[in-house]
Design a protein around this ligand. Structure first.
Ligand SMILES: [Fe+2]
Ligand SMILES: [Fe+2]
Length: 287
């Protein structure tokens, strides 16, 4: 009988896409979660081995009307979801001592991320291409070594990247519709709805695990490491509705909306920011 640990381990160490997309059996026991295991990288098939971000440029959302360019955006979105599958599996192996309810939450999100990956892969295939036809990055994996607690994981994954995805999915669905691609827009809408739940899970655990007397904002900030910062937890345009739906409090939402949006990876602004901070690669958004 597989366990949560063996399921996550098989998912990450089998070098096929299919192994990542097999849903866990119902009632998977969490017996023998084992010692902490912090995998440095997943085993991937050759056509999904990550490359440097500079070799995997993704067209701007305004290109959605052009199917030959749009498919590269869909491919990048599939890769984001694949990394989410892998990172939730990584967390199950890295944090065997986390509360069982938290580990069950991690698994439930992993299952959603598998579904998201399948949906975007199907959209890539609907455009006559296969997942793996274009270079992919390992942006999320690159941040894993700095994550040392379950709360840090949720503050990075759920409350930074998935939080930002509430905006990115809103913008991307609109771009898909503007580009005449209703089928992709419907997929992105589904991802957005699930992302609200994923952010809500991060919010729930931050509230439970933070020190008494510390604000949610301060506790979040205390649990993310540069370059993760409020600017990476939102899109260029901020949409409060998803955060309200995720149960975030008004003070947190207002602070996030007011956060400096310095995420212009193509501009000189980021170079100046890097120089000031002195380190760190930064996010590359597909939107
Ligand atoms: Fe997802
Ligand atoms: Fe998610």
């Amino acid at each position: 009988m597989p366990t949560l640990r063996t399921f996550a381990l098989t998912l990450l160490t089998t070098p096929t896409l299919e192994a990542r997309l097999i849903a866990p059996p119902r009632g998977l026991p969490d017996d023998g979660p084992g010692p902490p295991l912090r995998l440095a990288e997943p085993a991937r098939p050759a056509n999904l081995m990550p490359v440097h971000v500079r070799r995997s440029r993704v067209p701007a959302l305004s290109a959605w009307g052009n199917p030959a360019l749009r498919v590269r955006i869909l491919h990048a979105l599939a890769n984001h979801e694949l990394q989410a599958v892998e990172l939730y599996a990584w967390a199950l192996l890295a944090f065997p001592d986390a509360p069982s309810e938290l580990r069950a939450d991690l698994l439930s999100v992993l299952v959603d991320e598998q579904r998201h990956t399948r949906m975007y892969v199907a959209r890539v295939e609907a455009h006559g291409r296969a997942f793996g036809d274009f270079p992919v990055t390992d942006y999320f994996w690159a941040k894993a070594p700095s994550i040392t607690t379950p709360l840090q994981f949720l503050c990075a994954m759920a409350l930074t990247w998935e939080n930002a995805n509430l905006d990115h999915t809103t913008e991307t669905a609109a771009a898909a519709r503007a580009g005449g691609d209703e089928a992709s827009a419907a997929v992105i809408d589904k991802v957005h709805a699930d992302e609200v739940r994923h952010v809500a899970i991060g919010w729930k655990w931050l509230a439970r695990l933070k020190p008494d007397g510390m604000t949610m904002w301060d506790a979040w900030q205390a649990n993310v490491a540069w370059p993760l910062r409020p600017a990476l937890a939102r899109g260029r345009r901020f949409h409060a509705a998803g955060r309200v739906a995720a149960g975030m409090d008004p003070a947190f939402i207002a602070a996030l909306e007011a956060a400096d949006n310095d995420l212009d990876v193509r501009g000189a602004g980021l170079e100046a920011l890097r120089a000031r901070r002195g380190s760190g690669d930064d996010a590359v958004s597909t939107s």
